[in-house]
Design a protein around this ligand. Structure first.
Ligand SMILES: Nc1ncnc2c1ncn2[C@@H]1O[C@H](COP(=O)(O)OP(=O)(O)O)[C@@H](O)[C@H]1O
Ligand SMILES: [Mg+2]
Length: 387
């Protein structure tokens, strides 16, 4: 699959732009702050209906405007598809497939797969669980678009349950609140178990590719490993330093996960009522990344963290490729060559050359290896020109 055309209206710093892209390597270059990342963000948006940079969607709408429209023409084998998404500042978003409105915006998922590697990916390795959950959840949604609904249902249930816990704490009238609470427990457990099972499943699928790609990039004997550490399995709700293995979950069996979830939730109830928040569930879990015998977070060097993040993305590309009926995912390398030494640049070039479409952004053209000779575009102040 490849993107033939991108059209943006009031998206980020673009007033209006239309860009024709090609199979193979496309290189967007230009000084910082001109709109290179904004453009690839728009393409990547259709993979999971989320931004790889921000949690909400408001920042995607051009400042001072009400409505942004992203439209992509895709080519896959003989087929062509037109995907359109309209973002409104009042959150009434709309999507169209081949000009026909779809019933729900999430129905536009499943037509584009993409993998983006960007400097922000260091956060996956180095920072909070939120970053790692976002990484794995966006990948899950690409694999199984239906999961987007499960995530939003879970968020809604979590919010309601937290409100109830808070008011139970405030009023102290536990009797009535408690029976309502158990109704919410059932939804929390059923939706949460689905999310947890999907995460364990994807982590297990990613691991072999993570190991192979890390080895290829870092040329080191330190082997990476990954685990889901779950609050339903006794991981501390205060997520601090924990002994290795604590809370790791290895099963993808939904019933077993739900049973564990229920037991832990019941045990944690007094604490939840005391604190007024939900302490057990996928929103408290982490994707633990190990390098050698130590966690990557807090221990891996800057270079190792880079290699780790890159290996995670390349592993994502491989599993999407292996299972997708859409052909190769679109691979986006956003501003990454400047950060790599010449060895790693060459290695990365070698690893990505065969992909059907690659979109690269760089401030300095010379940072991009010549092996990736590309169709070039210059981006200046939200205007794109050939060359
Ligand atoms: N919602 C928005 N409205 C207007 N301008 C925006 C919006 N979001 C980002 N920008 C502008 O876009 C620019 C950054 O573009 P970006 O694509 O990240 O740059 P780069 O070319 O370095 O990748 C900044 O100048 C920022 O102010
Ligand atoms: Mg950028």
């Amino acid at each position: 699959m490849y993107v033939k055309k991108v059209r943006l209206t009031n998206f980020r710093n673009y007033k209006w732009t239309e860009l024709e892209l090609f199979p193979g390597v496309n290189l967007l270059h230009g000084p910082n702050g001109q709109g290179k990342t904004n453009l690839v963000e728009a393409i990547n948006f259709f993979g999971s209906l989320s931004s790889h940079r921000v949690a909400g969607l408001t920042p995607l709408i051009k400042q001072g405007e009400e409505t942004a429209i992203i439209s992509l023409e895709l080519a896959h084998d003989e087929r062509e598809l037109l995907l359109e998404f309209e973002l409104n500042s009042d959150s009434t978003n709309r999507a169209r497939l081949n000009k026909s409105p779809v019933a729900k915006t999430k129905d536009i998922l499943g037509y584009l797969n993409s993998v983006i590697f960007a400097p922000e990916d260091l956060d996956i390795v180095k920072r909070d669980p939120t970053n790692r959950r976002a990484f794995i959840d966006q990948l899950i949604v690409q694999f199984t678009p239906r999961m987007l609904g499960v995530y939003s249902d879970f968020d809604r249930v979590l919010k309601q349950r937290n409100t109830l816990l808070k008011s139970a704490r405030a009023t102290g009238t536990k009797g009535n609140a408690l029976s309502t609470l158990s109704a919410w427990d059932e939804s929390l457990i059923s939706l949460g178990s689905e999310i947890i099972a999907a995460r364990v499943n994807i982590a297990q699928k990613l691991e072999p590719g993570l190991i192979a790609n890390y080895k290829a990039i870092a040329k080191s004997n330190n082997e990476p490993k990954m685990f889901i550490r779950s609050s339903i399995n006794g991981a501390s709700v205060n997520e601090g330093e924990e002994p290795e293995g604590k809370g790791y979950l290895e099963t993808t069996d939904r019933e077993q996960i739900a049973r564990l979830f229920r037991e832990t939730l019941e045990r944690t109830r007094p604490k939840e009522l005391e604190r007024g928040i939900t302490l057990v569930g996928p929103h408290r879990d982490d994707l633990v990344l190990i390098l050698g015998s130590l966690p990557a977070k807090g221990y891996a060097s800057h270079g190792e963290s880079w290699s780790y993040a890159l290996a995670l993305r390349l592993a994502s590309l491989e599993i999407l490729k292996a299972e997708s009926r859409l052909g190769d995912p679109i691979l986006i390398l956003d501003d990454v060559f400047a950060e790599l030494d010449s060895d790693r640049r060459a290695k990365l070039a070698e690893l990505v050359l065969g992909n059907e479409q690659v979109i690269i952004t760089a401030a300095v053209i010379e940072d991009v290896p010549e092996a990736l000779s590309a169709k070039r575009f210059s981006v200046v102040a939200g205007e794109i020109t050939n060359g």
